[in-house]
Design a protein around this ligand. Sequence first.
Ligand SMILES: Nc1ncnc2c1ncn2[C@@H]1O[C@H](COP(=O)(O)OP(=O)(O)OP(=O)(O)O)[C@@H](O)[C@H]1O
Length: 449
Amino acid sequence: MERIYVAVRARPLSPEESKTSPWRISGNSVYLHNQPTKFDFDRVFGEDSKTVDIFEARTKEIVASVVRGFNGTVFAYGQTSSGKTYTMRGSVKEPGIIPLSVHELFCSIEKEMGREFLVRMSYMEIYNEEINDLLAPEHRKLQIHESLERGIYVDGLKEEIVTSPDQVLELVEFGESHRHIGETNMNVYSSRSHTIFRMFVESRERIEEGDSINCFDAVRVSTLNLVDLAGSERVVKTGAEGLRLKEGSHINKSLLTLGTVIKKLSDGVESQGGHVPYRDSKLTRILQAALGGNANTAIICNITLSQIHADETKSSLLFASRALQVKNCACVNEILTDAALLKRQKKEIEELRAKFLSSQSEHLEEEILNLRNTLLQSELEKERIALELEEEKKAKAYRDRRLLEQAKKIENLSSLLLCSERNDRTTHSRKICLAHKVSLFEKLQYLCI
Ligand SMILES: Nc1ncnc2c1ncn2[C@@H]1O[C@H](COP(=O)(O)OP(=O)(O)OP(=O)(O)O)[C@@H](O)[C@H]1O
C-alpha cells in the first residue's frame, strides 16, 4: 500500500499581492500568518520554483515505474488561474510535466535493453460531462465501459501508436487546438474542460539466443495519465453567465465528486465496505484506478497566495490534505492473454507478411499457368496444321491416281471409236451405236475434267 503523493505549488505574485499576502511557507508546510492551522505536504514549491524541480520530485519516478509495468497518474488541481496548465503543459521557455514526462518515458524505454515495447497515446477532454476525443475531433460524446481485459476504458477513443517524443508532442499540440478554452474575468485562456493525456505502455522480455530473438508470452501493460483539471471557480469572481455559467457548474460538480471520492477514501470508507461514488462523474470514473486503486498517483495542488483568493486556496489545501490520506495499491500489470496489443500487432504483421508472400507466389503461379496455356495452344495448332497437310497430301495422291485412270479409259475409248468409224458407214442401227459411243466419250471427258 502506498500513499498518494501530494505537492503544492504556489504561483508567483505581483509585488502588490506579495505585500498583502496572508500566507506563509515554511519547509513543506503552508499556513496562514497568525493562525495555528498548518497544512503539511510531501513537498511545497514556492513562487520561484521551476517545473523541472516539481517533475524531479516524484513524477520522474512515476514515469519510470510505468515503463516497469505500474500504472501512474499525475494531476494538477487548483482554482482557476492558479497555474495548472502552466505546470502541466508549460511554455517554450519552461516545459511542463507533459513534455518532461514524454521525454523521460522514451529515455527510460531506451535503457531497458532486455524488453521490447509498444507505446500508444490518447488525448481526451471532459467538457460539460461529455467525453470528446482531442485526437479525432469528430469522436464526441464517447461512453465509458468496463471489461475484464481492459478495465475501465473510453469506447471509441483514438489510440495512436507513437515512437518518439516529437511525434507525441505534435499530437498533443493538435489535440490542444481542439480543446475548449474560454475567457473569464480571472483567466484569458481558462480551461473549460478537464483533459486527460494518456500513454499506454506494453512490453515483454526479449532474449537473444544466437541469431534469433525470443520473446516471452507475459506482457506488461501499464498506463500513464497526465491530467489537467479545469479550475474550480466562484461564479461571482469569474463573472460567468450563459455558456460560461453552464460550463462552470459542470466543472464544479465533477470537482465536487472528486473531492467526495477523496474524502471517502481518506476516511477509509472503501476498506470498511462502504460506497465510493466514482460513477457520479466521468472524471472520477475514468480516474478510478488512480484513486485508491492500482496506480502510483501524485497530485500537484496549484495555489495562489494572494489575499483575495484566500478562501479558494484554503479549500484547495484542504482537498490536498485529504488526498494525502488516500492509499493506493500499485502492482505490475502482467497478462498472459492475446489481449495485449503488442501480441496482436506482432500477429497481424506476421499474417500480413504471409499474405504478401503468398500473393507474390500466387502471382508467379498465375504467370506460369498462362505461359503453359500459350505453349499448349501453339502445340495443338502445330498438330492441326500437320494433320491438314497430311490430308492434303492424301487427297492429292488420290486425285493423281484418278486422273491417271481416267486418262487410260479415254485412251481405250478413243481407240474403240476410231475402229468403229472404219467398219460401219450407212445403216440406222450403226448410227445409233455410234451416237451412244459419242455420248459415253463426252461423259468420260467431263469426269476427267
Ligand atoms: N509558476 C508560474 N510562473 C509564471 N507564470 C505562471 C505560473 N503559473 C501560472 N502562470 C501564469 O498565470 C496565468 C494562468 O495560469 P494557467 O492558465 O496555467 O492557470 P490554470 O490554473 O490552468 O487556469 P484555468 O483553470 O482557468 O485554466 C497564465 O498566464 C500563466 O502563464
